[in-house]
Design a binder for this molecule. Structure first.
Ligand SMILES: [Zn+2]
Ligand SMILES: [Zn+2]
Length: 276
């Protein structure tokens, strides 16, 4: 069995459920070797789920305190899940220089329409997802999904994220209803995204959250994309995107078994590699 690790977790500082120390204690109980905190980066508009500039300070303080307190028990890391929204989010570099982070994840949850500037939230309830496509993209799912991948590619090219969060999350609410992920236009967008990833040397995370919350019957990204990663030499790791301490190891072993079955020989985190 592979050693337990997780670099994607959200505590009560953003949209998670419990204080950070409860995640640390749960991770120690389960004999994790490493745990990373990755709160949602502050955004320049009010929302329910990201850090605010004030809670960001508290988050960093809490993380530093816990890293020191538990240094003999577990390796803890201060990270951030940074949203990339052209024209709205700060450059990743500014987060990294203003606050010495141990690592970061780059993710797209909010897709900006390049002409109107309106923003489509892909991660909330399905009603909002549909309404966004209708109102911002005139009901054109292909245009909306294309905008998601274009923004992801731009993030990879301009920000060079260390880890790319839930690469194909745009499929979560779709369930093959409005577009098919096997259509050639969709596959072409994925191909371009992976070509950018191979150049940026980012790590792609296999994110188990959509699966264990029952929102979708597969992981992010899909098995087909993971197979492409192997062919292209793109490193992968597993994260559970835990929003509660009990979710720290959800589908951790199953996800590693899948990677092994696909043919991966190891997983790569920003700090170490483990053999499968
Ligand atoms: Zn995310
Ligand atoms: Zn997350």
């Amino acid at each position: 069995m592979i050693a337990l690790y997780n670099f994607h977790s959200h505590s009560h500082h953003c949209d998670g459920k419990q204080p950070m120390e409860e995640y640390v204690q749960a991770a120690i109980d389960k004999k994790f070797i490493a745990l990373g905190f990755s709160a949602h980066s502050p955004l320049p508009f009010p929302n329910e789920w990201s850090l605010t500039p004030e809670s960001f300070k508290q988050y960093v303080q809490d993380a530093r305190y816990l890293i020191e307190k538990y240094k003999n028990n577990i390796d803890l890391y201060l990270g951030l899940e940074i949203d990339y929204i052209p024209g709205h989010s700060e450059d990743f570099e500014s987060f990294i220089t203003n606050t010495p982070l141990d690592y970061h994840i780059g993710s797209v949850h909010l897709v900006r329409h390049s002409e109107s500037g309106k923003i489509w939230f892909i991660d909330g309830p399905v009603e909002g997802y549909i309404k966004g496509v209708d109102e911002i993209f005139n009901g054109d799912y292909r245009a909306a999904v294309t905008a998601f991948y274009r923004q992801t590619i731009e993030m990879i090219n301009t920000q060079k994220p260390q880890i790319i969060g839930h690469l194909d999350k745009v499929k979560m609410h779709n369930k093959q209803r409005w577009f098919s992920t096997s259509e050639s236009w969709y596959q072409k967008l994925v191909d371009e995204t992976l070509e950018a990833t191979a150049k940026s040397k980012s790590i792609i995370e296999l994110n188990t959250r959509g699966f264990y919350t029952g929102k979708i019957d597969q992981y992010f990204p899909s098995t087909k994309i993971l197979e492409q990663c192997l062919e292209m030499g793109i490193p992968v790791m597993v994260n559970t995107d835990a929003h509660h301490p009990s979710q720290l190891d959800k589908h951790f072993n199953e996800a590693h078994q899948l990677l092994k079955k696909i043919g991966f020989k190891n997983v790569k985190t920003p700090f170490f590699e483990l053999e499968l």
